[in-house]
Design a protein around this ligand. Sequence first.
Ligand code: AMP
Length: 116
Amino acid sequence: MSETTETIFSKIIRREIPADIIYEDNLVLAFKDIHPQAPVHILLIPKKTIPTLADAESEDHALLGHLLLTAKRLAEEAGLKNGYRVVINTGDDGGQTVHHLHVHILGGRQLNWPPG
Ligand code: AMP
């Protein structure tokens, strides 16, 4: 893997650094965000290295569907009966800081709109 695609999330997938992992299957991994912005703040990532949503390709169709359905399942399991927010920050203007595609699942409080 090249240095440009290696991120802290790759290290979490390989268990080289610790994370509070809450779900894993053959395609995705979910863990608690280290700086939670809400009472529930889960990060859900594909194990495949895709730097940003903008880099996803048609062959990732099923993987992206699996990510969203897993986000729904994790939100249900976290008890977010009153709603939640799913966010994919993409690229510099999108505020993405870790260049490994990830889904934020936020809930447990009233979330504001629009975001900053
Ligand atoms: P983004 O700004 O969309 O790229 O989100 C990156 C997220 O990764 C931020 O919410 C960080 O708090 C979170 N984060 C960074 N490093 C870690 C880590 N080692 N474990 C868990 N979450 C992390």
